[in-house]
Design a protein around this ligand. Structure first.
Ligand code: ZN
Ligand code: ZN
Length: 385
């Protein structure tokens, strides 16, 4: 299937669509699944596409998920299959995810009679943009009718060499919250700072002090990422502003740690602003929950992968990532795992990370990823028959 998988992936790569705008992509997927004889789940809003294959024998239901959206990035690769949609690029490999799941759809449909249960294929929009596509899909009942017993997905990663996989047991991707801090005080003349509340100085002290949370306030066994990613304050060189706004992201793995960090942020902001006679507000916007891979699902995935590629190419001790993924929403309904599939190949210059304008994949990953997905579904149903 290599040739058709490459063709499929390149076709998707040339016509990327942004999150919540994947109308043509969704249409193409739906047409192919109907041709393959899949039944489409009712009540699922387009352009999402959820397809069910009922196997020859009754049994459990296993779900496989691919995300289908692209990013607002201008592709810088000079390749024949370069993005034809200016300013939009499949820089996170969701074209490959979609092509591999469509390939698995064909393999599974061809072997429908030997499946001990049902397979549900989830082609999901808008992974890249909070609130994401997964949450509304779960609310629309994607994990029911028939009820999903386990769910798997894979994500391309350049730091994993092509021909291999990696995965973290337990914590895999962090919960992704964002926040805005408004610091307010009395503005004034830059030369008469003593008659004002210099909130630029206050903001600087806050930014420095926030670093104490991860280094001094939390156990070293509780990873977080707390980053101030933008600072806005002031308009000209001789006026002290009356407001500075700090924006940033907070990444955690459990609600206890998130609450602890928020308490510490309020403590720091409260004390520092009080010391200067300033005031503050802190607004947190919750993003995706953390992806926690099920240990049994990871062990199962390793067994399946090693049947395909032998031992020594499946690293089940990958470091957790402080990135986020809305695959987390499905895991609230059924155990499962998210695997990294290797697409990197330094010898061929394929090293750019996801979300980079030069991101590309070693297409040798496509047959392997297709076989892996189909084998996960086939194997899960067989083992749980
Ligand atoms: Zn991405
Ligand atoms: Zn992605």
């Amino acid at each position: 299937m290599r040739e058709s998988l490459v063709e499929q992936r390149r076709e998707l790569h040339m016509h990327p669509e942004l999150s919540f705008e994947e109308w043509e992509t969704g249409k193409k997927i739906r047409e192919q699944l109907l041709t393959l004889g899949y039944e489409l789940q009712e009540g699922i809003p387009a352009p999402n596409c959820v397809a069910i294959l009922r196997g020859g024998k009754p049994g459990k239901t296993v779900a496989l998920r691919a995300d289908i959206d692209a990013l607002p990035i201008t592709e810088e690769n000079d390749v024949p299959y370069r993005s034809q949609n200016e300013g939009v690029m499949h820089a996170c490999g969701h074209d490959a995810h979609t092509a591999m799941l469509l390939g698995a759809a064909k393999l599974l449909a061809d072997h429908r009679d030997c499946l001990d249960g049902n397979v549900k294929l989830i082609f999901q929009q808008a992974e890249e943009l909070i609130p994401g596509g997964a949450k509304p899909l779960t609310e629309a009942g994607v994990m029911e009718n028939p009820h999903v017993d386990a769910i798997f997905t894979q994500h391309v990663q350049a730091f994993v060499p092509v021909g291999s996989f990696s995965v973290s047991i337990g914590p895999a991707m962090a919960a992704t919250d964002t926040f805005k801090i408004h610091i307010r005080g009395k503005g004034g003349h830059g030369g008469h700072y003593h008659a004002a509340t210099d909130i630029i100085v206050v903001a600087a002290q806050v930014i420095s002090a926030l670093q104490i949370i991860s280094s001094r306030k939390l156990s070293p066994f509780r990873p977080i990422a707390l980053s101030i990613c933008n600072v806005h304050g002031g308009t000209t060189d001789n006026v002290l502003p009356d407001e500075v706004v700090l924006g940033g992201t907070l990444r955690t793995y459990d609600t206890k740690t998130r609450t602890h960090v928020l308490d510490e942020m309020h403590s720091i902001l409260g004390h520092i602003t009080a010391m200067h006679g300033a005031s503050y507000t802190l607004d947190l916007h919750c993003g995706y929950p953390a992806v926690i891979n099920d240990a049994d699902a990871v062990a199962f995935g390793k067994r399946i992968a090693e049947k395909l590629i032998g031992e020594g190419h499946f690293n089940d001790h990958e470091d957790p990532s402080m990135g986020g993924e809305d695959f987390a929403y499905y895991l609230a309904y059924a155990p499962g795992a998210m695997f990294n599939i290797g697409i990197g190949n330094a010898a061929r210059g394929i090293t750019a990370s996801i979300h980079n304008s030069r991101f590309d994949i070693d297409e040798d990953c496509l047959p392997l990823g297709t076989a892996f997905l189909a084998s996960l579904a086939y194997g899960y149903l067989k083992e749980n028959a």
